[in-house]
Design a protein around this ligand. Structure first.
Ligand code: SF4
Length: 383
């Protein structure tokens, strides 16, 4: 899994049927039907603008994320994918992922996505029991999730699904059993996230009021450890802090982020990072869907901000992303980006503390203990 980072296109569909109480993504609920043809036209305009900025590239991955992209009509997905292929060269083995919620899954729609070119689905399963699904504010039941998993397996060559753990009251035994069950459903990739309490969400207010007792740090660490053990024993080891795959089934799109490759981001609230004029630029777009739409229609893009990164900023981002991966970072590339090597004395101290470890002569990775304190580790290495 160690080929170059590649070039990706991220497309953000910002609408959801309901807002989950833990979610701080750019997702919006609308009570009137969304004019999908109008949005598809605006996506086409923003893609053309991005193509002008990036020049010709070979797209190795496309990711339709959200929000809930499975609320898009297959025709909308097809139009967007066709536009991407018209703007750039698309690699013959391109990975095209669509995020789907089990509550918005229908066989016909799935077939339509497959015909449009989607070859990988990422299902937001989150839990495999109804009580926890209700707690998480999800609109689907465990049976809906199993139905969606079956349908996705029949329709798409590749399947991933997400689960959230460290829920209130969750024991290591209960989580282990749920995880074993999930792996039994034969996904080739699992994203396993600890429940985090994000500011501005209903869960944040509940937690602040003492009404949401999430596991303490020790319990959360035990749950994390159990996650690593079960997935490794079942052939889906962690290749990134929260992502597990059978060898060869890693998400190529997310690897672009973590290996510090280039990607454009289109749609409301999307971010991009690509080389323009020999420097890496960051772009971000207007978050409110209707405001983004108007900007894209008037100006050809909803980009409302961005910056050109300094070498130091690039090198810091490269560390932060790359040390999330089991494969770690390429030290030579760090040197090329930052213009200097990592300070050997710092690396030695962190090695002695058991937080990093070399991989051969050319790579450095975070140990499991280092992964738990990654932000501090990066801050220490980058000084
Ligand atoms: S479905 Fe996903 S994006 Fe939408 S509100 Fe729930 S967690 Fe957020």
């Amino acid at each position: 899994m160690n080929e170059g980072p590649g070039f990706g296109v991220y497309v953000h569909w910002p609408f959801c049927a309901a807002k989950c109480p833990y979610c701080d993504f750019n997702s919006h609920v609308r009570h009137q039907p969304v004019d999908q043809a109008r949005f598809a036209d605006a996506f086409a305009r923003e893609l053309a603008t991005m193509r002008q900025r990036t020049g010709q590239r070979a797209v190795s991955s496309i990711f339709l994320g959200g929000g809930t992209p499975s609320l898009m009509e297959p025709k909308t997905v097809g139009t967007i994918l066709d536009r991407i292929a018209a703007e750039w060269t698309v690699a013959p083995d391109v990975e095209i992922t669509l995020e789907a919620n089990p509550s918005s899954v229908e066989a016909e729609r799935f077939r339509g996505y497959r015909e449009a070119g989607v070859n990988r689905v990422s299902l937001g399963v989150q839990a495999l029991n109804d009580r926890d699904l209700r707690f998480l504010g999800r609109l689907h039941t465990a049976d809906d999730a199993l139905h969606a998993i079956r349908l996705a397996r029949e329709t798409f060559p590749r399947l991933s699904f997400d689960l959230i753990y460290a829920r209130p009251g969750q024991t290591v035994e209960a989580w282990t059993a749920e995880l074993e069950e999930a792996i039994g459903h034969a996904a080739d990739h699992l994203s396993l996230y600890q429940l985090t309490i994000e500011e501005g969400t209903p869960f944040f207010s509940l937690h602040k009021a003492g009404k949401l007792p999430v596991p303490d740090a020790d319990r959360a660490a035990d749950l994390y450890e159990a996650t690593q053990e079960v997935t490794a024993a079942r052939g889906l080891p962690a290749y990134e802090i929260s992502n597990h795959a059978k060898p060869g089934a890693e998400s190529r799109h997310n690897l672009i982020y973590w290996r510090y490759g280039e990607y454009v981001g289109v749609g409301p609230g999307a971010h991009g990072r690509f080389i323009e004029g020999r420097r890496r630029v960051v772009t971000f777009t207007e978050r409110v869907p209707e405001a983004w739409l108007k900007l894209a229609e008037a100006k050809g893009t909803g980009v409302c901000g961005g910056e050109t990164l300094t070498r130091e900023e690039e090198a810091d981002e490269f560390l932060l992303m790359g040390l999330r991966l089991a494969e770690g970072i390429d030290l030579q590339r760090y040197e090329e980006l930052s213009g200097r090597a990592l300070a050997p004395e710092r690396v030695t101290i962190l090695r002695e503390e058991g937080l990093v470890t070399p991989l051969g002569n050319s790579r450095l990775r975070a140990t499991p203990a280092g992964m738990v304190v990654l932000d501090a580790l990066v801050a220490d290495l980058a000084r």
